[in-house]
Design a protein around this ligand. Sequence first.
Ligand code: OFO
Length: 165
Amino acid sequence: MDKNLLENLSLQINKELYSAYLYFAMSIYFLEINMEGFAKVIKNQIKEELNHAKKIYNYLLSRDEEIILNDIKAPDTNWINPYDTIKSALEHEKTITNDIKHLYEMSKETKDYATEVFLQWFIEEQVEEESKFRCLLDKIEQTKNLGCEIIHIDRNLKLDEEYIE
Ligand code: OFO
């Protein structure tokens, strides 16, 4: 595999683990303000991120490539409210989408067709990731128009079976 592509795939494992770490921090934030529904969604997200990291790890192992692991940085946690927190999750997902696009371009340029096919799953996954947080953000925004409380959204999220902790 191209050296640069390999380094960036290894780095992507680190970014996915950082994502899990970021969502750990967000779940703590929501639990501290007693919003268990939002915490449940975020805890589910932690599992997804660990799975993303593992997918790349397994792929590189199957290609018999050397995986380089780096330090995981601590996330910034100075969110001022739930809206701000979910907004920063969406912004974070947009940066990951760009990372995946970059990896995909690299795999095309280096004619690494197996990696190109492998990354297609991630391209679709990022559409889902962004949509999930955009949808939550819309729900929070609607509380203003509908004159209801964010606590109602939290209660519904807690009951939503889509998110399993
Ligand atoms: Fe791994 O998709 Fe989110 O960060």
